[in-house]
Ligand binder design. Structure first.
Ligand SMILES: [Zn+2]
Length: 283
């Protein structure tokens, strides 16, 4: 059943859990993610990349994901990820997205606030808005090694800005930069739990951790205790699917160009990853 993102996340936090969110560039992955969630009896979030939402076919994918969410036996939300273009946000919501990450984190502070306020004015009160404060290194869609910013403090969310930012934007969830990066980590991820804790005491809205791929499970389980109710995964899911396809492709070509069989392995790989992430975040 399709469920509001804020309701899904708040309910999980009340149980000491966080909800995983997975970027779906295609319907095969989305089917696997929802299948894993149904097997686990837990809610899940389907993310759509802004580059996907900026195309006519991407908007049709959003409509398909909404249908999938409606038909699911567990709570599912469909969110437009990392959008800074108001036109793309409006199109994605019209196509069926329930929520939007209005991401002005790369902009100056006041411009970030202005973007979120403009998104709210445009999208109305029914759309759940996540905002982001602090710069996240790396590329959301491609896995280049990005430096964790946790060691030198550059790009970290400034906890002193959190109360002002949340009250002025009325954001319902807040994505933070605490040493997490998009894509692959160079070396060991260094999450700044001290900064996360400092943020968590300054706002009551759920926090969001992006770039969770590569953060060890024993670190991630601590997140919900710091009010992190949503954790975004992308790179590891792609790595698993691509490795599986590479390995299985020759045999499936030899087996009469068996695309259907290959898609079955795609499903199995994505479903296994989503299932492990669900297990990691669930208490
Ligand atoms: Zn992200």
């Amino acid at each position: 059943m399709r469920t509001r993102l804020d309701t899904l996340v708040t309910t999980a936090l009340q149980q000491g859990s966080a909800v995983p969110a997975f970027t779906c560039y295609d319907f095969t992955t989305a089917l696997a993610v929802v299948g894993a969630a149904e097997d686990a009896g837990r809610g899940v979030i389907l993310l759509v990349a802004p580059k996907t939402a900026a195309t006519p076919n991407g908007l049709r994918l959003i409509a398909a994901l909404r249908g999938l969410a409606d038909a699911a036996t567990v709570p599912v939300a469909v969110q437009l990820d990392h959008a800074s273009d108001l036109g793309v946000m409006a199109d994605a919501v019209a196509a069926g997205a329930d929520s939007v990450l209005a991401d002005g984190s790369s902009l100056p502070y006041e411009d970030n606030i202005a973007l979120v306020v403009a998104a709210r004015a445009l999208l109305g009160s029914d759309v759940v808005i996540e905002a982001e404060l602090g710069g996240l290194a790396g590329d959301e869609d491609r896995a280049f090694g990005a430096d964790s910013t946790g060691t030198d403090g550059a790009g970290l969310t400034d906890s002193a800005q959190v109360e002002d930012f949340v009250s002025r934007t009325s954001a319902q969830l807040l994505a933070v930069a605490v040493g997490n990066v998009h894509g692959k980590y160079k070396g060991e991820p260094q999450l700044r739990w001290d900064v996360l804790q400092d943020i968590a005491v300054r706002t009551r809205i759920p926090l969001v951790l992006h770039g969770a791929s590569g953060i060890p499970a024993d670190e991630l389980v601590k997140a919900a205790a710091m009010n992190v109710g949503k954790v975004n995964f992308n790179t590891e899911l792609r790595t698993g699917v691509l490795s599986t396809l590479q390995e299985r492709l020759p045999a499936h070509r030899a087996d009469g160009e068996n695309l259907q069989g290959l898609l079955g392995h795609w499903n199995t790989s994505a479903k296994a990853f989503a299932g492990s992430a669900l297990g990691m975040l669930t208490r």
